[in-house]
Design a protein around this ligand. Structure first.
Ligand code: FES
Length: 255
């Protein structure tokens, strides 16, 4: 297992450093080359490459860190520093589905705390813990950026709006049972953590245009503005932002 000591330093198990099988490594190199080719500066590909590692291993393994470092000419310390900064990068084996319960201010007072208590008790796990069957990792989430549908729950980053303790327990049970589960908005079904990680690495699964994106609650302000003919004031030229210039330092750089 991978874990942390009291200082927060990442410890990577020997098991997670075991080399990739030859065929897995060959495909990883092909995919990594496609990712790196998208960027003028090689090291800029680190975030998607970490998602690519998660799409294969289910979390950021020791061998995954070494793979990213080798491909991008970085040190393993530099890769670990990034992998331990963002919460989307998992430091121990993740469940097939991450259920994120928003307990930030608005969701909390609209029922998010009650959802958290009920689901945590039902699953028998706390924050960043995974059920024994390896199906569900439970997380507290700090604002899903969907406050107009509070309380909101996410499953592998798909929205489940206006939730209750009962509906979220049903969501968890359906995912554990292997049923196809349809989010309130977005893709037509919740994909597995590894599948979603591959999409986040930049390999599209064809689901980007499925389902509604912005729902009625998000569009209400726009609707009212259109009905009343409101438009945003034009900024005076003196405060208008200057057009962005291409950073000279990145031109022609190879890493
Ligand atoms: S506070 Fe829960 S989505 Fe923003």
């Amino acid at each position: 297992m991978t874990g942390h000591d009291a200082s927060g330093h990442l410890h990577v198990s020997a098991e997670s450093k075991a080399p990739y099988a030859a065929d897995v490594l060959a495909q990883l190199r092909i995919d990594a080359a496609a990712v790196v080719a998208r960027y003028p500066v090689k090291r800029s590909a680190l975030l998607p490459l970490l998602h690519l590692v998660q799409s294969v291993d289910g979390y950021v393994t020791g061998r995954g860190i070494e793979f990213c470092a080798e491909v991008l000419d970085l040190t393993t310390a530099e890769v670990s520093g990034v992998a331990t900064f963002y919460t989307q990068y998992k430091r121990h084996p993740n469940g097939d589905y991450t259920i994120g319960v928003c307990t930030n201010t608005l969701c909390a007072i609209m029922g998010g705390d009650a959802i958290w208590d009920a689901v945590s008790e039902h699953l028998g796990v706390g924050h960043d813990e995974t059920t024994a069957d390896g199906k569900i990792t439970l997380e507290r989430v700090e604002c899903n950026a969907a406050c107009d549908y509070a309380p909101v729950v996410m499953a592998n980053w798909e929205f489940f709006d206006n939730q209750t303790p009962e509906s979220t327990i049903r969501l968890a049970d359906d995912l554990r049972a292997g049923k196809d589960v349809r989010p309130t908005r977005g893709a037509d079904k919740v994909c597995t953590f590894k599948e979603v990680s591959r999409v986040l690495a930049g390999f599209h699964d064809g689901r980007a245009d499925e389902g509604p994106a912005a729902g009625p609650a998000s569009l209400l302000g726009l609707k009212i503005a259109q009905e009343r003919g409101w438009i945003a004031p034009v900024a005076p030229a003196s405060v208008a932002p200057a057009p962005a210039a291409e950073p000279a330092a990145t031109k022609g750089a190879s890493k």
